[in-house]
Write a protein that binds this ligand. Structure first.
Ligand code: ADP
Length: 652
């Protein structure tokens, strides 16, 4: 195990610039060490000859190297070095000398043969040593440095080239226990039941094995991002009180061949040592993607090796070894089939986006730490956040607290939460965006068009509020409460298309010209209409046909239908859209007066709520399913407080 969980040491960070600095210093050093000279080796006799002929200006004795050099005069230099000689360069002759050379020189001096300078020099020759091995050292240093960078060794300082193949899993055990328990995971009741069983396996394995059952080897958590998969895995570790190895699929991936596989091996070796334990691999699709069908074409061999190793390891240990693998992904469809077969990830646990009740529970978990004022209605918040994941809800709570803090409030109020939701859905309010009065009127008429049509369509989502304050990229927006429904009928989609087209229809009817403001609406409508025709088989001329490919693999570049059929599809789509557009216009003509009133109100107030629309058109004829769910829940609550009807009478 790498000591990854050590406290980070305070070291100077080794960065790329260091390398430049070292190279620069080296070069400068070399320049000064090498004093730019030309040397010729001669015999001692020759040397003596040159001295006697007065060709030597200066003698330097390198006693510990047993040599002496003599700087020659210009005339001798020219004679010795020929054309190469230049006055700018020091010309030297060099000879091997005996230990008592200084005495010989003294003798020459005394005899008047030499009258130049004599300089002893005890240079140990570091310069030349540096010259010969310096570049090699530099290369080795550079190589080690690159290795460390590649293996991400700089983090924690424990990487190095020799640890490349070690797994980078973080381990959590008794020493640094995870404090997450199932209490922290709200909703997800089905997933929780399945996962609680895994905790039971780890706590009392014999209870299951005695009956001949095998402990599952792994469970795959599948679901959209932010729905609490990691949280669930952490809760398992927290509850089971066993070591927990956490790793992301991408941690296996490295640019060296074979490293991924070796990391997998290392991970499993460690896990087996610490068994019983849990190994959690987040984002497993990074390694678990389906292996390429054509081995010659762009298949990533390294990733496949890693995956193969993972598959082997998962098969390799007995199911009673007590290592349970949890993996999370939001793309189960692209995973390799071999990974999904029973015996590897025996269980697939679907973690869905939370429904209304789950959202209430999740809000309650995250609101625990927030100082709230009494006016906060958790149910309303949950209703206003359809389609939000657990992570989004955590974000709303945090954002609300930040907004309240910005306004220096003592507690977080209802309005702060509503602002936080609006902000997360629509982006930041841009009050300063310049809109002319005419633009404002056009936006108001457009948004009022949505409001009016949706109000009068049974299956359109009920309206919460409409604003013409620019927000994010939108110039205006209408907030709806999407229904909590699992299946959608034709009528519901048509109603939705109709109300989405309501904006453009209102522009055409009441402004006399249409604008680009509806581009977003049109995009949505077109997609919906295409989906109706080609995915859901809902059009009259192409009934019960679906060209949807849930595996996302088979069709490739070719369309699975003919040109004629393509034409037919286009015609059907256009028909649906034009019919709904006419329907929207009819509705708007019918409620033109109300529309006008609503638009005026929008221009003056910039934002209107359900109550305002209610005042103009009266109560909506249809109740929403969300209301029904909440009413049922309310009824359940009061019922459980009452004694059951058929309870036997209490004894007197
Ligand atoms: P993912 O599914 O992408 O792994 P996470 O488990 O990392 O999502 O969730 C991110 C955060 O969202 C969590 O740390 C938690 O705060 C919050 N969250 C998500 N789902 C739930 C839930 N069911 N109950 C409570 N909090 C949740």
């Amino acid at each position: 195990m790498q000591p990854n969980n050590k406290k980070p040491k305070k070291t100077i960070k080794f960065s790329f610039y260091w390398m430049y600095a070292i190279i620069l210093i080296f070069l400068i050093g070399m320049y000064y060490l090498d004093n730019n000279s030309m040397t010729k080796e001669v015999s001692f006799n020759e040397f003596e000859q040159y001295v006697q002929n007065g060709g030597i200006k200066k003698i330097i004795i390198y006693e510990n190297k047993g040599i002496a050099t003599g700087a020659v005069t210009d005339s001798l230099g020219e004679a010795l070095f020929g054309k190469n000689y230049s006055k700018d360069v020091e010309a030297l002759i060099e000879t091997e000398v005996s230990r008592n050379f200084d005495q010989i020189v003294q003798k020459w001096k005394d005899e008047g043969k030499y009258n130049g300078i004599v300089a002893p020099n005890n240079d140990s020759g570091w310069g030349s040593i540096l010259w010969s091995i310096g570049p090699i050292l530099l290369l080795i240093g550079f190589w080690i440095f690159m290795m460390r960078r590649m293996s991400g060794g700089a983090s924690g300082g424990s990487g190095g080239i020799f640890n490349v193949g070690k797994s980078k899993a973080q381990i959590f055990d008794k020493d640094n226990a995870i404090k997450v328990t199932f209490q922290d995971v709200a909703g997800l009741s089905e997933a929780k039941t399945e996962i609680e069983e895994i905790v039971e396996f780890l706590k009392n394995p014999q209870r299951y094995t005695e009956l001949g059952g095998k402990i599952p080897k792994g469970a795959l958590l599948v679901g959209p991002p932010g729905t609490g998969k990691t949280l669930l895995a952490k809760a398992v570790a927290g509850e089971a009180n066993v070591p927990f190895f956490s790793m992301s699929g991408s941690d296996f991936v490295e640019m060296f061949v074979g490293v991924g596989a070796s990391r997998v091996r290392d991970l499993f070796r460690q896990a087996k040592e610490k068994s019983p334990c849990i190994v959690f691999i987040d984002e497993i699709d990074a390694v678990g993607r389906a292996r390429g069908k054509n081995p010659n074409m762009g298949a990533n061999d390294e990733r496949e090796n890693t995956l193969n190793q993972l598959l082997t390891e998962m098969d390799g240990f007995g199911s009673n070894s007590g290592v349970i693998i949890l993996a999370a992904t939001n793309r189960a469809d692209i995973l390799d089939k071999a990974l999904l077969r029973a015996g590897r990830f025996d269980r697939q646990i679907y973690v869905e986006l939370p429904d209304l009740n789950d959202r209430i529970a999740i809000f309650n978990v995250h609101l625990k730490n927030i100082k709230m004022s009494n006016d906060v209605d958790v149910e309303l918040l949950a209703r206003q956040t359809p389609g939000f994941s657990g992570a989004d809800i955590a974000n709303v709570c945090n954002e609300a607290a930040l907004i309240a803090a910005r306004h220096k409030k003592d507690s977080v109020e209802r309005q702060d939460f509503i602002d936080a939701v609006d902000r997360i859905i629509g982006g930041l309010e841009k009050k300063s965006k310049i809109t002319t009065d005419e633009e404002k009127r056009s936006i108001a008429i457009h948004e009022a068009g949505h409001a009016v049509t949706s109000w009068h369509l049974q299956y359109a989502n009920p309206l919460i509020k409409v604003t013409i304050v620019p927000r994010g990229k939108a110039l205006g927006a209408a907030w709806y409460l999407p229904e909590e429904r699992q299946i959608t009928t034709v009528q519901a989609i048509l109603d939705e298309i109709c109300s989405t087209l309501g904006g453009r229809a209102a522009e055409e009817l009441f402004l006399g010209h249409i604008s680009t403001g509806a581009a977003n609406d049109l995009e949505r409508v077109t997609k919906q209409a295409y989906a109706m025709v080609v995915y859901y088989g809902m059009s009259s001329r192409l009934p019960n046909i679906s060209y949807y490919d849930s595996t996302g693999q088979s069709y490739g570049f070719t369309k699975p239908y003919s040109e004629e059929r393509a034409k037919l599809i286009d015609e059907e789509v256009s028909l649906i859209i034009s019919e709904q557009y006419e329907r929207a216009k009819d509705l708007l003509r019918q409620y033109a007066a109300g529309h006008k009133e609503l638009a005026e109100l929008l221009i003056t107030r910039e934002v209107i709520f359900t109550e305002d629309v209610e005042k103009i058109f009266g109560k909506r004829k249809w109740t929403s399913r969300t209301d029904e769910i909440l009413a049922a829940k309310e009824a359940e609550k009061t019922q459980s407080e009452l004694p059951p009807a058929n309870m036997p009478p209490l004894p007197e």
